[in-house]
Design a protein around this ligand. Structure first.
Ligand code: FPP
Length: 257
């Protein structure tokens, strides 16, 4: 991977209480391009640089997992030419980066409705997952053709089928059983969400898994998002108190009079 990340910043960050799992909505590529009077696809191409930066930073900071929302179920409604560019970008980026990801012990996972992807891309994603399956470094989850509602419906369908086959007693379906039917049940729930580009919503991302996720929004457009912006988000997160429904006292917080 690139090694032009500021060592001093990484060192400072590594001393913070960091999220185990960071999930990112990479928004603002189109606006970044339009502001410079360029076509939208120029923004997506510029966004790939930030993708590389955040993967490297997450790996260097030894996070357990990084999920990137690359393409949503709703993004299929975009103009055909833009969808084509995005799919091609996933394929070429994967071709170019896979070896390096593997060398850096990164385990790649893909969540989303693969049936809608074109075969060559699907084949590469399957191959990349198999190749990196046993890597013990960062788990990199790419959400593509993904929607939280799609994932929940799919989990319900899987459980229904298991009931139908007589393998599952419906009365045993609780939160743990339901979670096990989601797309990547072995990946812990995200601790921190970052959304770039100024919008303040989840846009159908990891709906089940985000019940207790800390949210961080920034105006910065994805192609402009740098290590310093990531540092600001991680520093903000490190200062938050996570109570998971409990009180501050229960968690041993020092009370100030
Ligand atoms: C949102 O910006 C971004 C996307 C829909 C695509 C994100 C894809 C990449 C950064 C390319 C490569 C990714 C991987 C994982 C190789 P937008 O187009 O919605 O921006 P806008 O809100 O300004 O229109």
């Amino acid at each position: 991977m690139d090694t032009d990340l500021c060592e001093h910043t990484l060192e400072r960050l590594s001393r913070l209480r960091l999220p185990g799992h960071l999930a990112v909505i990479m928004d603002g590529n189109g606006r970044w391009a339009e502001r410079g009077g360029r076509p939208r696809h120029a923004g997506h191409r510029a966004g790939v640089r930030t993708v590389r930066m955040i993967i490297e930073a997450a790996a260097r900071l030894k996070l357990d997992a990084l999920t990137l929302f690359a393409f949503s179920s709703e993004n299929w409604r975009r103009p055909k030419a833009e969808v084509r560019v995005l799919m091609e970008l996933f394929r070429t980026t994967l071709d170019r980066e896979l070896e390096r990801l593997h060398e850096n012990r990164i385990r790649l996972r893909v969540i989303g409705d693969r049936e809608r992807l074109e075969k060559p891309l699907r084949r590469r994603l399957d191959y990349a997952e198999t190749l990196t399956r046993d890597n013990e470094g960062l788990t990199l989850v790419i959400a593509t053709s993904y929607g939280g509602r799609w994932e929940l419906a799919q989990a319900a369908r899987r459980l229904g089928e298991a009931v139908q086959r007589g393998e599952l007693d419906p009365s045993t379906i609780d939160e743990t059983v339901f979670s096990s039917a989601l797309s990547a049940p072995d990946v812990p729930e995200p601790d921190l969400f970052i959304r770039t580009g100024g919008e303040r919503r989840l846009s159908n991302f990891l709906l089940w898994q985000s019940a207790y996720t800390e949210l961080y929004f920034t105006e910065t457009l994805w192609p402009d998002f740098r290590l310093d912006d990531l540092a600001a988000a991680l520093e903000d997160y490190a200062g938050r108190e996570r109570r998971f429904g409990r009180t501050g006292e229960q968690l041993g917080r020092v009370r100030h009079a």
